[in-house]
Write a protein that binds this ligand. Structure first.
Ligand code: BGC
Length: 444
């Protein structure tokens, strides 16, 4: 059996080597200190932790037949009720930032019906952050949309951008005063393209599921907020781009000085060493396919860019290379490669010239030592990128607690803290101590 601890040790050692060279090349030693005011946080998303998100698109699919969801989200981490415990946890870990999302399906459970009680709930969470000295980073929409929105065709529908902007306006009028940083959408760049990245024939199964949902509701198309299958990917993407523009404008109209960005899912797309032009053009084509339009939009329509990184891809002129021999892997079998985060930060900044916030980074693994090793290794590389001039304003680890990992259910664990699903007790893992020590010292 492969010893994961030994393997990650090897990866870290390898990744440290170019760093030493780099520092030597510049003639100055590596400076582990992060700038004053750096945001150290953990991230969650409403549907994945709150529980009982019954008006949402995904809840309906979790309970439909057929369903690609391994299990229903149910109570999740019960964070809708236990949000104070979550904030206390963030604080006790030594972090100063909490990234969480508003649930559109709670705030507008029926089209045009806005719940003041639910807006007040999120106001409580934001105030609770301030009471603890925690900076609230708020995502207006993290994948799940109201069921009625999905039944109108979701982001495929022509009215989608305007409906999203109306929700952003209402939410901003209630909440914007206390938000420190806002993002509109989570990983919209992968919407309708996820089937290309996930294993097996999830796409076919997803199509069967949403067709059954449409039939059950008597509508033409049931498209959830983060679809695998979409009848027209380009149209969905167009509406998401416009949704960001209109949503951001609505938020800025309420509070012009609030920094508003978008969070993009980005792999560190690399060219296999020594390979000729073919590999570069294949890599560049992938970059254009997954990030191009969003990076161009960000340049004009974002105050900062959120990056979310979990992996790298290494391209030859024929395609993607398999994991290198002996690679440390996550639960899904993908390579855990600590420098990928810095690679993405460098690329995202070079393309947009924007301040970068790491809104997600982490690893799905039941072996917490992999997470505990990944955090300092990735942050060391990130700090090097910062020293080279990439303005990174914060790092939010995904995730605060083990939670509902969408179609995979609760099997894949990303948490800094373990969740007891019967008692909802949260227990910090050793990796939480590692991140907390770095955050407290503001130095890696
Ligand atoms: C998403 C999260 C998800 C995480 C781990 C990101 O793609 O924003 O909702 O749980 O990655 O897969």
């Amino acid at each position: 059996m492969i010893d994961r601890r030994a393997m990650l040790g090897a990866t870290v050692a390898l990744s440290a080597a170019p760093m030493a060279l780099h520092a030597a090349g510049k003639g100055k030693p590596f400076n582990p200190a992060f700038p004053k005011g750096f945001l150290w946080g953990a991230a969650t998303a409403a549907h994945q932790v709150e529980g009982n998100n019954t008006s949402s698109d995904v809840w309906f699919l979790e309970h439909g037949k057929p369903s690609v969801y391994a299990e229903p989200s149910g109570d999740a981490a019960n964070s809708f009720l236990l949000w104070e415990q979550d904030l206390d946890l963030v604080k006790s870990l030594g972090l100063n930032t909490y990234r969480f999302s508003l649930e559109w399906a709670r705030i507008e459970p029926e089209q045009g019906l806005f719940s003041i009680a639910m807006l007040d709930h999120y106001l409580g969470v934001i105030d609770g952050c301030h009471a603890r000295g925690i900076t609230p980073v708020v995502t207006f929409n993290h994948f799940t949309t109201p069921r009625w929105f999905a039944a109108l065709g979701g982001w495929h529908g022509d009215d989608a951008p305007a409906l999203f902007a109306r929700y952003c306006d209402r939410a901003a009028r209630h909440l914007a005063g206390g938000i420190a940083y806002a993002t509109t959408l989570n990983e919209p760049n992968l919407s309708g393209k996820l089937g290309e990245l996930l294993p097996g024939d999830l796409l076919g199964a997803d199509k069967a599921m949403v067709e059954a949902a449409a039939k059950a509701l008597g509508v033409a198309l049931y498209q959830p907020g983060n679809p695998l299958y979409t009848p027209d990917g380009a149209r969905t993407q167009r509406h998401l781009l416009e949704g960001h523009r209109q949503g951001r404008a609505a938020i800025k109209a309420v509070r012009g000085d609030l920094p508003v960005g978008v969070s993009l899912a980005m792999l560190d797309e690399q060219v296999a060493p020594g390979l000729p032009k073919g590999a570069v053009s294949l890599r560049d084509a992938k970059r254009e396919h997954f990030y191009g339009e969003w990076l161009r939009l960000a340049k004009t329509d974002c105050d900062f860019l959120g990056i979310q990184n979990y992996e790298r891809s290494v391209w030859t002129d024929k395609g993607k290379l398999p994991n290198p021999p002996g690679a440390v892997t996550n639960t899904m079998g993908a390579e855990v490669y600590p420098p990928s985060l810095a690679g993405v930060a460098r690329y995202a900044h070079a393309q947009t010239n924007l301040p970068i916030m790491v809104t997600e980074h982490g690893v799905g693994s039941e072996h917490d030592e992999i997470r505990a090793n990944l955090i300092p290794a990735a942050l060391t590389e990130l700090k090097k990128a910062m020293d080279d001039g990439v303005p990174v304003i914060g790092y939010c680890h995904w995730s605060l607690i083990d939670n509902y990992e969408w179609v995979f259910g609760y099997r894949i664990r990303f948490g800094l803290c373990e969740l007891d699903r019967a008692t909802f007790k949260r227990t910090p893992k050793p990796s939480a101590g590692v991140l907390g020590r770095i955050a407290r010292a503001n130095s890696v």
